[in-house]
Structures are given as structure tokens and as C-alpha cells.
Design a binder for this molecule. Structure first.
Ligand SMILES: [Zn+2]
Length: 474
């Protein structure tokens, strides 16, 4: 139902319209991108949602988003979303984007994190996914000079150079938060397109074609749609094996490799609301006088706002740290000086329930300020200068031998010599891949690939001139 306002359309891509001029560019055949042209069939399913044939690769990493600076070329205009929305909506428009990102990633097996943006132009030559200079999904805007198109969004790769998933917001409308025209409603819809959803025929769906007033949460049809692309969110590998689900079966924080002070556990996740992960550490031998700082970090990993608590053996909270409302946050507890053999327990859950409460993170144990255990080869104390062995005082041999110095190798080392634990005999309590040095899943090791044609990675004026305008969707 239309609520007292014109039936604005989310966007125009469906018909290949230029968002500024409202006409169809001559090079864009209508519906040319609606279904795949490479033997992929358009996956229209029994439910009301509809999927594009495109999606992001998620097998080994995660997605990112960024907000480019004002002044960069943004398809048919110059990006001005920062100054325009800062003045109109305050800083809350950035929170609206983060909440919309979190809404989608919370219900599917996918993590999306905010990253910095170097301010390159829309569709700048580069990688559609994983380019370190900007997010995979970029959100900018300008005045379309068109009162009926609210935003335009490109579908996931492969489209253009890097514009896949990027959003263009029409800054010429009267935007608000919580009332018409609600920016959070619109960005939630557009991000559905960024992830690969088409318009749903369900009027109750977030992905319905028309703006129907303020809607800030996904409908069952939307959730089914995004899960059809990326799957239902799964617990992390440790949880799936039964570790970390309770104090009775905590995840053992591994000992740092010899000579190091830090150990990290990657690929952790809070996969559902009100979930908590439990950890336990036994302070290794040799860490004398250290302060132990344990950090839960979702930065560059997900939208999660974690809370970390040091807990006692009875589960009581000794101390807890969180930053509610901050997405992709890192929080730490410092337990003070520890002694070898001491057992400490921690819990990680969300800073608040229902908001930024689902997503991936890593856990770091950092021993600071104490004595660093080092390999035996560099810790052997200086061998004392051997003293001559005095001859027996009461024996007078016929021919008393001269004192013979004892060879250094035969001298027993002083009992005070520190003997750090050897890495060879120290058995980890968990598989080796939980130790420091495990590949970060944000930087997957990819097999060598054939070199792609240069035209896909070089941004030249000629390329721009020939590049098809694939803004699509709506
Ligand atoms: Zn749309």
C-alpha cells in the first residue's frame, strides 16, 4: 500500500534507465542482464523472491563495503553523500548503512566488514571483489535531477570493473530517518540488490519493487532469498566440534610459539543472537611477570560488536569490556600479572542483543611486559670458567700429578639456569592451525591462476568509452 506519497521506484535498472535522464542508453538492451547469457538459467524459485544469476565469492573470505569521499566521480554525477547526509541526518546515516549491512549478513552465511576507501572513481579499474583500495560494495550519491528514482544499484560480479554491488543514492529527495523517505529502508532494499536479489513479488517483502513506507527489518521472503544464495549461517568450526559452547568445554587458547608473545585464534563466530563462546588459557611456563591482555576483534572481519568478559571458575564476571553501537569493534581485557600454570577463563558474546550481535571475529592472547621465554640455544648461561681440581690434601703420591682443568663440556650447569619449555615436546591442545601464523581468512591463499586479459584490469579512457553501462537492477 502506498502511504501518502508518490509511488517512487527504488531504481531504474530494471528497464536500463539512466537515473539522471530517465532514458534508456542505446547500448543497453532491455533485460540484457536479467538472465544469464552463458547457459545459466534464471533461478526463479517457488517463493516470491527472485535471484540474479550473480553472487559474491564467499568460500574463503568475506565481503567489504566502503563509503567514498565526496568529490569522486560517481557514474552520472559527483559523490556528495557525506556532506549532504551529514548536514541533513547527522552521523546516524552511517549507522543506518551499518545496520542494514548487519541485517543481511546476520541471516546468511556471509560476513561483511567496513573498510577504508581511497576515493577512486566509480567503476575504477581493479578487482570487483577484494580490491584493497576500497570496499567490494561502495555507497555514494548525487542529485539525480529525477524525482521518481530513489537509488540505483549494480548487481554482484561480474559487471563492469569494480562497480558490482555499488549503490548510487539520489540526493535530490527529501531524505529522513524513521519517516519518509526513510534512508534506512532504502539502503536495506538496495543492499539486497548488492547481494544478488531481484525484486520480490511479495508486497510484504523488503525487496518489493515499490517504496511502501518505513520498513527496517527483513521479511521471511527476504531471508529465504539471501539464504538461497549464501546458505544459512553456520557455526564456526570449533563450535561445530563442540568446543566453546560452555564452560565445561571451552576453547583452549594455544600457547604462543617459542619466542613469541601472542597467540591468535581465527575464524571464530557468533552465529546467532545471544550466543556466547567460552575460552580457557593455562599460562605457559616461562611467562614470568607478564600481564595478559585478551582481545576479541571483529575489525575488518564482520559487523559484530563483541563483548569480552573475564570470568571465574563459577562463571561469575570478574571484568567485562564492550562498546555498544560500534560495529566491527575490538575490545580487550587486561587480567594483570599472571604466573605460569595459572588458569584463566573468558567469554565472548555480543555487546547488546539484536544489534551488531552476529558475525565473525578473532581472539588474541597477548603477554606483555614480562620475561620472554626464548629457545635454549640462546638462553644457556655462560659456562663458568673451570677451576683446577685441587689434589687431595692428605695423600702424598710418589709423583703427584699436576692439576688438570676439567673440560667445559664436563661441567654440570648450575641448577639456577632457566630451562624454558621446548617447542618440540610441547603438545598443543588444539590442532596446529589455531596457532599464530595460521593464514588469515581475509587474505586467502589462492592457487595460481592464468593471467587475465590486461583489458580487465587497466582503466583507460578507451576502456571507459567502451564499457557497457551495467547498472542494473533495481
Ligand atoms: Zn529495487
Amino acid at each position: 500500500m502506498t502511504i501518502g506519497h508518490p509511488r517512487l521506484r527504488w531504481l531504474s535498472h530494471r528497464f536500463g534507465l539512466n537515473p539522471v535522464q530517465g532514458v534508456r542508453p542505446s547500448r543497453i538492451p532491455p533485460y540484457s542482464l536479467r538472465c544469464g547469457v552463458e547457459s545459466l538459467e534464471c533461478r526463479i524459485v517457488l517463493s516470491s523472491y527472485q535471484l540474479s544469476v550473480n553472487q559474491w565469492a564467499t568460500g574463503t573470505g568475506h565481503l567489504t563495503y566502503s563509503i567514498p569521499a565526496d568529490g569522486v566521480y560517481w557514474n552520472h554525477g559527483v559523490n556528495a553523500i557525506n556532506s549532504s547526509f551529514d548536514q541533513l541526518l547527522g552521523s546516524q546515516w552511517r549507522t543506518a548503512i551499518a545496520q542494514a549491512i548487519s541485517e543481511w549478513s546476520s541471516v546468511a552465511n556471509i560476513d561483511i566488514a567496513q573498510v577504508p576507501d581511497q576515493g577512486l572513481d566509480f567503476d575504477y579499474g581493479g578487482l570487483a571483489q577484494g580490491d584493497p583500495r576500497f570496499g567490494d560494495i561502495r555507497i555514494g550519491g548525487y542529485n539525480f535531477q529525477n524525482p521518481v528514482v530513489m537509488a540505483v544499484t549494480a548487481t554482484p560480479p561480474p559487471f563492469g570493473y569494480t562497480q558490482a554491488g555499488d549503490v548510487q543514492v539520489n540526493l535530490g529527495l527529501n531524505w529522513n530517518l524513521g519517516r519518509d523517505y526513510d534512508f534506512q529502508t532504502v539502503i536495506l532494499h538496495e543492499l539486497g540488490h548488492s547481494l544478488g536479489l531481484e525484486h520480490s513479488t511479495d508486497p510484504g517483502s523488503m525487496m518489493f519493487e515499490q517504496y511502501e513506507g518505513v520498513r527496517q527489518s527483513l521479511a521471511p521472503d527476504d531471508i529465504q532469498g539471501v539464504q538461497a544464495i549464501y546458505g544459512v549461517r553456520k557455526p564456526d568450526a570449533l563450535n561445530a566440534q563442540g568446543f566453546g559452547l560452555s564452560m565445561a568445554a571451552p576453547v583452549a587458547i594455544p600457547q604462543p610459539v617459542l619466542g613469541a608473545r601472542i597467540s591468535i585464534i581465527h575464524a571464530l563466530s557468533l552465529a546467532k543472537s545471544n550466543e556466547a563462546d567460552y575460552f580457557e588459557v593455562k599460562v605457559p611456563q616461562g611467562f614470568i611477570g607478564d600481564q595478559l591482555v585478551v582481545t576479541a576483534s571483529a575489525g575488518s572481519i564482520s559487523m559484530l560488536s563483541p563483548k569480552i568478559s573475564q570470568i571465574g571458575s563459577d562463571g561469575s564476571v570478574i571484568q567485562a569490556v564492550s562498546t555498544a553501537g560500534v560495529w566491527g569493534a575490538s575490545v580487550s581485557v587486561n587480567v594483570g600479572q599472571v604466573v605460569p600454570g595459572q588458569i584463566l577463563r573468558f567469554r565472548v558474546d555480543a555487546a547488546e542483543s539484536g544489534r551488531f550481535d552476529i558475525g565473525g571475529y578473532s581472539l588474541t592472547a597477548n603477554y606483555q611486559g614480562g620475561q620472554v621465554p626464548v629457545p635454549p640455544v640462546v638462553t644457556v648461561a655462560p659456562v663458568p670458567v673451570p677451576l683446577p681440581v685441587s689434589p687431595p690434601a692428605v695423600v702424598v703420591p710418589p709423583a703427584a700429578p699436576k692439576p688438570v682443568p676439567v673440560a667445559p663440556a664436563q661441567v654440570v650447569q648450575p641448577v639456577t639456569t632457566p630451562v624454558p619449555a621446548s617447542p618440540v615436546v610441547t603438545k598443543p591442545t588444539r590442532p596446529a592451525f589455531f596457532h599464530l601464523g595460521r593464514p588469515d581468512r581475509s587474505k586467502p591463499v589462492k592457487p595460481a591462476k592464468p593471467v587475465k586479459p590486461i583489458k580487465k584490469t587497466i582503466n583507460t579512457m578507451a576502456n571507459k568509452a567502451l564499457k557497457p553501462l551495467i547498472i542494473r537492477h533495481i
